[in-house]
Design a protein. Sequence first.
Length: 248
Amino acid sequence: MKRTLLLFPGLYLTCIAAALAQSGPVPVASPASGAPQGQPVSYASVTQLNGLLSQIEATSKNTQDDLGKLRIEKWKASGSDKKQALGTVDSIQRNLQGALPEIITQLRNAPEDLNATFKLYRNLDALYDVLNNVAELAGAFGSKDDLQSVSNDISSFEGSRKQLAERIENLSSSKEQELTQLRTQLKTLQAQVEAAPPKKIVVDDTEPPKKPATKKKAAPKKPADTTKPPAASGTNPPAQQQGQTKPQ
């Protein structure tokens, strides 16, 4: 029985799109760190990011030093206010020594990853708010030097946060343009494939008839060879007839 299969172009295109959606982008080397990347990153983008991350790391180091110099125990504040300030400073130090470096490393490995970029932005935003609380307490109960040092750190983080927000906006716009181009290319490809006629594939799965078994003919016997002389027998030739006389 023969079956005809129609290979519709639309179905073929759908299968390709599904495979592309399931498979991730081809990893390429990052110009900054050599780590695998989803898409190639321009040198200008990596340079801009490295400068921003170095600035954040420098601000983090200065902030840790400034927070370590605070003499909260000498502030003219109640015990509860001092306890709150000490807890806030300890929380900031843990973030600067643990969470922030980890996020920075992730972003260096993926310079244009929007998720990692926005994660860093949210962390800087949280640090900015908590440092403001410390600055308020330092202004109310601490020395002018304490207030000045913390205020400088806040200004540095605020500058980095604004630069990071601008980078997120630019990356989002770039990714949106890439997505629009891909959608246009996909529509064009789909229109071209749908315009082509479906291909017919004939599958012959009919089982061929079996041939009847044939008996082998016996080979004819070879006739006896009559040209050969008879085999010599073991008896002597007959004796001369009796009565025959010998010659005189």
